[in-house]
Write a protein that binds this ligand. Structure first.
Ligand SMILES: [Zn+2]
Length: 306
């Protein structure tokens, strides 16, 4: 039996006056910002709804829910421009919504967000980097993205309704409106974007551990190909921290007082990998708190039961 996390109220617009992207990324195919439209000359199809938004637009959670997944890669990461880019997944009672191509993420995994909460900023990460219309790509899954088989058209779940031609029909306050938009202008589905989804799954980071350090220490983990520390210096003095890893060398950097830094290690191999991490600092009195994210965690099942 599925435990209800939170009761969803009716939808709100993610930002004011949302309009559909008028074309696909090539800028030619009319109305192709909709779910199900053919992409790449029929090689793939569009698995979500594109709402136009200048990169950096603050957006809200359309429904209340719980943040279950985040992808927050740095622009220097080789995967930054692949797939749907950086994203947030918010799970509501009966479905999850994924907000994609983001430039900034303002929530953490596990956070409960009320409908209308500003959760991030739109952007162009992933394969939206060079598209003519910057947008918020929204995906919706009725099995909470556990498999690739339960994607549905997000449009009926949006507050603002669109006509067949893609122009705004009316704002609606009816939640879960079952009216199905007519995709008469869209070519039929070609094949699922399985490769993209597989590569995306491989870089989803989940929380593996958290804690604090006030003395040199070492740790062993069964972890993923990417191990990502977020380290916050909670002291009023700066400190230089060094982490030696057995699989990806050493990182050493200065953490100014009361700031957070990202320290990433990566190693290609079959997960789980055996990581050994030795943490040390140059100062006698240091206090940092940290969270460790990994592409592999022991409880890898993304279904939430609490
Ligand atoms: Zn899209």
């Amino acid at each position: 039996m599925t435990t209800k996390i939170i009761l969803s109220q009716g939808p709100v617009d993610p930002f004011s006056n949302p309009v559909l992207c008028p074309t696909d990324s090539a800028g030619t195919k009319i109305n192709a910002g909709r779910y199900g439209c053919s992409r790449d000359n029929g090689a793939t199809w569009h698995g979500g709804t594109d709402l136009r938004a200048t990169a950096g637009t603050l957006f809200s959670s359309i429904y209340s829910g719980k943040v279950t997944h985040i992808r927050d890669l740095q622009p220097t990461d080789p995967n930054y421009r692949s797939g749907v880019g950086n994203f947030i997944i918010v799970r509501s009672d009966d479905f999850s919504i994924k907000y994609c191509h983001l430039s900034e993420i303002k929530v953490a995994i596990g956070e409960i967000v009320a409908q209308g909460t500003k959760i991030g900023k739109t952007g162009k990460s992933g394969n939206a980097f060079n598209v003519p219309f910057k947008h918020l790509h929204i995906e919706l899954s009725t099995d909470f993205f556990a498999t690739q088989n339960h994607y549905v058209d997000p449009e009926p779940y949006l507050k603002t309704k669109y006509t067949n031609s893609g122009s705004i029909a009316e704002p609606s306050d009816t939640p879960h409106n079952p009216n199905s938009p007519n995709h008469a202008n869209c070519p039929a589905f070609a094949k699922e974007e399985l490769q993209e989804l597989e590569s995306m799954k491989a870089v989803v980071e989940k929380i593996l551990d958290r804690g604090s350090w006030n003395a040199d220490t070492s740790a062993h983990y069964s972890g993923g190909q990417v191990m990502h520390y977020k380290v916050k210096n909670v002291n009023i003095l700066g400190t230089t921290i060094t982490i030696d890893s057995n699989l990806d060398g050493s990182r050493s950097l200065i953490i100014p007082p009361l700031t957070t830094v990202d320290i990433r290690f990566s190693c290609f191999g079959v997960e789980p990998l055996g990581w050994k991490l030795d943490i040390s600092t140059n100062s006698d009195a240091f206090i940092v708190t940290w969270e460790l994210y990994s592409t592999w965690v022991p409880t890898a099942d993304i279904k939430i039961t609490e």
